[in-house]
Design a protein around this ligand. Structure first.
Ligand SMILES: *[C@@H]1O[C@H](CO)[C@@H](O)[C@H](O)[C@H]1NC(C)=O
Ligand SMILES: *[C@@H]1O[C@H](CO)[C@@H](O)[C@H](O)[C@H]1NC(C)=O
Ligand SMILES: *[C@@H]1O[C@H](CO)[C@@H](O)[C@H](O)[C@H]1NC(C)=O
Ligand SMILES: *[C@@H]1O[C@H](CO)[C@@H](O)[C@H](O)[C@H]1NC(C)=O
Ligand SMILES: *[C@@H]1O[C@H](CO)[C@@H](O)[C@H](O)[C@H]1NC(C)=O
Ligand SMILES: *[C@@H]1O[C@H](CO)[C@@H](O)[C@H](O)[C@H]1NC(C)=O
Ligand SMILES: *[C@@H]1O[C@H](CO)[C@@H](O)[C@H](O)[C@H]1NC(C)=O
Ligand SMILES: *[C@@H]1O[C@H](CO)[C@@H](O)[C@H](O)[C@H]1NC(C)=O
Ligand SMILES: *[C@@H]1O[C@H](CO)[C@@H](O)[C@H](O)[C@H]1NC(C)=O
Ligand SMILES: *[C@@H]1O[C@H](CO)[C@@H](O)[C@H](O)[C@H]1NC(C)=O
Length: 523
C-alpha cells in the first residue's frame, strides 16, 4: 500500500544577486513502524502503488496519428519483446486517439470494428500475454482532439469499460472541454472526476493528464500533486520535430501559457523544465512528451540530447516512432541502459540547470550551452554538459557549480561534496554498435548473459530489467548501468570535456572515498 504524507518540498536560500537556490527532498522510504513495511512517498499523489518511477513504453501517435489498428499494436508489442525493449522496461503499449466510432444505445464507447475487429479486450489480453501493459486514450471533453467521442460526463461509465477490458494506463487529453478551464481549480475538478472514477473501478491504472499540468503546470499548477487517488503523469502536448524553435510553438515561457509544449522543439521544452523541476517526484512525473527518435528532423547527436535530457528529467519515456522499422542506430539510443537507469532512479528527482549562457549568438541565433545536474538515490551525481551551439566547445563543470545548492545551503561552509574525489563514468561510452543493434533487429544476436557487477567487463551494452530491476542493478554496481569510467575529479576540481555541436556529455559521478577532514576539524 502507498500513502502520502505532507513533506517540505523545497529548501531555499537567497543569494544576493543570483536567484533563490532550491532543491528537492522527495526520496521515498520504507516505514515499518506498524510491523508491515509501507512505501512512503513524501508529498506524492500516488495512492495505487503505480508510477514510483516514470512509465516507459510506446505510444502510436507521433508516427501513426489516426492510422491505428489491432495488428499495428500487436506487431509492435511483439517487436518490442524481440528487440529487448520490453526487458529494458518499455512496458506500456499505449493506443492514442481515433479508436472508436461512437457510443452504443447503452452509452458505451464502441471500438472501430474495422480497426479493432476482435474488440479491445482481445488486444489487452494479447498485450498482457506478452508481459506488457495496455494504455488507452480519451479526452476530458465532449470530443477527443481528433473529434471522436470524449469522456466528459461519461467518466465512470468509460472507466468501468476500460477496467473491464484490462486497461492499465489512461492518457486523458484536454480537447473540447466545454470551457471548463481557465483556473487551476476548474481544470482540477474536471480531471479529478476521472481520477475518482478510475479509482472506483478497483483496477490500478496510471492516470496521464495531458496539457493540464506539466509543462502545462501553468493552467493547473498542482493538479497531479493534489490528492488524486491514481498515479499521475502530466504530458506536454504534441510533436517535437527538431531542436530548432518551431514557428508553431506559441509559448516561450512554461508558466502562464495554456499550450506549453505544443509544437515546440526539444530545446524549447527542455528549457521550460528549468522552472518546474520541483514538481517532479515519485508518483508524479512531468511528461515532456513522447520521444521523436526515429521520426526524422534531427541528427543522431540531437537524438542523443533528446533521449538523455528526457531521462535526466524523469520524464516518462514513451517511444514515439515505428518500432517495426527502427534503425540500428536508433535502437541503440533507445536501448542505452546507463541512460535509462537515470530515468528509473528511485529518487524520482529532476535535473537542475546550474548555468546557461549563449555563445556566438549572431552566428546561430541560439548558441546555448548549459550545465544540468541531478542527485541520485545512492548519492551519485549526474552532470549533463549540453552544447547547443554550432561548434565544438571545451566545456567545464566545476565542483562548486555542480554542488552549488549544497554550497549555499544555510551553513555557508564548504560542503562535504567538495572535499571528495569523484570517479567519472561516461554514460554514452558503451552505446551498442550499429552491428550489435542490427543483429538484435534481425534476430541473429543470440542469447546474452547479463553482467551483474562492475569488475567483470567494463563494456556491457545491454541490460534485462525484467530479470533485475534498475534499483537492484544499481545496488550491485551493474556495469551496464554505470557506464564506462573515464576519469576522476579531485576535491573542488573541474570536469572538462570537449563536446561537439548539438551534443551532450552525460557523466555519472560517484564519490570515491570518505572526505579528508576540513582544516577546522583538524585543529
Ligand atoms: C518489519 O517489522 C517486522 C516486525 O517488527 C519485522 O518482523 C520485519 O522483519 C520488518 N521488515 C523489514 C523489511 O524491516
Ligand atoms: C494497420 O495500421 C498500419 C499502420 O498504419 C498499416 O500499415 C496497416 O496496413 C494496417 N493494417 C490493417 C489490417 O488495416
Ligand atoms: C483508491 O484510492 C485509495 C485511497 O484513496 C487507495 O487506497 C486505493 O489503492 C486506490 N485504488 C485504486 C485501484 O487506485
Ligand atoms: C553552423 O556552422 C556551419 C559550419 O560549421 C555553417 O555551415 C552553418 O551555416 C552554421 N549554422 C548556422 C545556423 O549558423
Ligand atoms: C573551459 O576551460 C578551458 C580551459 O580553461 C577554456 O579554454 C574554455 O574556454 C572553457 N570553456 C568555456 C565554455 O568557458
Ligand atoms: C544481421 O545483422 C548483422 C548486423 O548488421 C549482420 O552482420 C548480419 O549479416 C545480419 N544477418 C542476417 C541473417 O541478416
Ligand atoms: C537461447 O536460449 C534458449 C532458451 O534457454 C535456448 O533454447 C537457445 O538454444 C539459446 N540460443 C542460443 C543461440 O544460445
Ligand atoms: C563479477 O562477476 C564475475 C562473473 O560474472 C565473477 O567471476 C566475479 O566474482 C564477480 N565479482 C564480484 C566482485 O562480484
Ligand atoms: C530477461 O529476463 C527474463 C526473466 O528472467 C526472461 O524471461 C527474458 O527472456 C530475458 N530477456 C532477454 C532479452 O534475454
Ligand atoms: C557498489 O559501489 C559502491 C561505491 O563504490 C560500494 O560502496 C558498494 O559496496 C558497491 N556495492 C556492491 C554490491 O558491490
Amino acid at each position: 500500500m502507498v500513502r502520502s504524507i505532507v513533506w517540505p518540498l523545497l529548501t531555499a536560500t537567497a543569494s544576493f544577486f543570483g536567484e533563490i537556490a532550491a532543491y528537492t527532498y522527495n526520496r521515498r522510504y520504507i516505514d515499518n513502524s506498524s510491523g508491515t513495511p509501507e512505501v512512503i512517498i513524501p508529498g506524492a499523489s500516488s495512492y495505487n502503488g503505480l508510477n514510483l518511477v516514470p512509465q516507459m513504453g510506446w505510444n502510436n501517435w507521433n508516427a501513426f496519428h489516426c492510422d491505428v489498428n489491432e495488428s499495428l499494436l500487436l506487431s509492435t508489442a511483439q517487436a518490442m519483446v524481440n528487440f529487448g525493449l520490453r526487458d529494458l522496461g518499455y512496458n506500456y503499449v499505449v493506443l492514442d486517439d481515433c479508436w472508436s466510432i461512437g457510443r452504443d444505445a447503452g452509452g458505451n464507447l464502441v471500438p472501430d470494428p474495422i480497426k479493432f475487429p476482435n474488440g479491445m479486450k482481445y488486444v489487452a489480453d494479447k498485450i498482457h500475454s506478452l508481459g506488457m501493459k495496455f494504455g488507452m486514450y480519451s479526452s476530458a471533453g465532449v470530443f477527443t482532439c481528433g473529434r471522436y467521442p470524449g469522456s466528459l460526463g461519461y467518466e465512470q461509465q468509460d472507466a468501468n469499460l476500460w477496467a473491464n477490458w484490462g486497461v492499465d494506463y489512461l492518457k486523458y487529453d484536454n480537447c473540447f472541454n466545454q470551457g471548463q478551464s481557465g483556473t487551476p481549480k476548474i481544470s482540477f475538478d474536471r480531471y479529478n472526476v476521472m481520477s475518482q472514477a478510475l479509482n472506483k473501478t478497483g483496477r490500478p491504472i496510471v492516470y496521464s493528464m495531458v496539457s493540464s499540468c506539466v509543462i502545462g503546470a501553468t493552467t493547473t499548477p498542482m493538479i497531479g500533486r493534489t490528492r488524486l487517488p491514481t498515479a499521475a503523469a502530466c504530458p506536454a502536448t504534441s510533436t517535437i520535430p527538431s531542436t530548432d524553435l518551431m514557428p508553431r510553438c506559441p509559448c516561450t515561457e512554461a508558466i502562464g501559457c495554456a499550450w506549453p509544449g505544443f509544437h515546440c522543439s526539444v530545446m524549447n521544452i527542455l528549457n521550460k523544465m528549468a522552472a518546474i523541476t520541483s514538481r517532479t517526484m515519485t508518483g508524479y512525473f512531468n511528461d515532456m512528451d513522447m520521444l521523436e527518435i526515429g521520426n526524422g528532423g534531427q541528427t543522431d547527436s540531437e537524438y542523443v540530447v533528446h533521449f538523455s535530457m528526457w531521462a535526466m528529467h524523469s520524464s516518462p519515456l514513451l517511444i514515439g516512432t515505428n518500432v517495426l522499422t527502427l534503425s540500428p542506430a536508433n535502437l541503440a539510443i533507445y536501448s542505452n541502459p546507463a541512460i535509462i537507469a537515470l530515468n528509473q532512479d528511485p529518487s524520482g528527482t529532476a535535473a537542475i540547470r546550474k548555468w546557461q549562457y549563449f555563445v556566438d549568438p549572431d552566428e546561430t541565433g541560439e548558441g546555448e550551452i548549459a550545465l544540468w545536474t541531478r542527485s541520485l538515490d545512492n548519492g551519485d551525481q549526474v552532470i549533463a554538459l549540453l552544447n547547443a551551439a554550432n561548434r565544438t566547445m571545451m566545456m567545464n563543470a566545476t565542483m562548486r557549480d555542480i554542488f552549488f545548492d549544497q554550497a549555499t545551503a544555510g551553513a555557508y561552509r564548504e560542503p562535504e561534496e567538495l572535499r571528495k574525489t569523484w570517479d567519472v563514468y561516461d554514460l554514452w561510452a558503451n552505446r551498442m554498435t550499429a552491428a550489435e543493434a542490427g543483429s538484435i533487429i534481425n534476430g541473429t544476436a543470440g542469447n546474452f548473459t547479463f553482467n551483474t557487477n562492475s569488475t567483470a567487463n567494463p563494456r556491457v551494452t545491454r541490460y534485462n530489467a525484467t530479470a533485475t530491476s534498475y534499483e537492484d542493478g544499481l545496488k550491485n554496481n551493474n556495469t551496464a548501468l554505470l557506464g564506462l569510467k573515464v576519469g576522476s575529479i579531485a576535491p573542488s576540481g573541474t570536469w572538462s570535456a570537449e563536446i561537439a555541436r548539438h551534443s551532450v556529455g552525460m557523466y555519472r559521478l560517484r564519490a570515491r572515498e570518505t572526505p579528508v577532514p576540513r582544516k577546522k576539524d583538524e585543529l
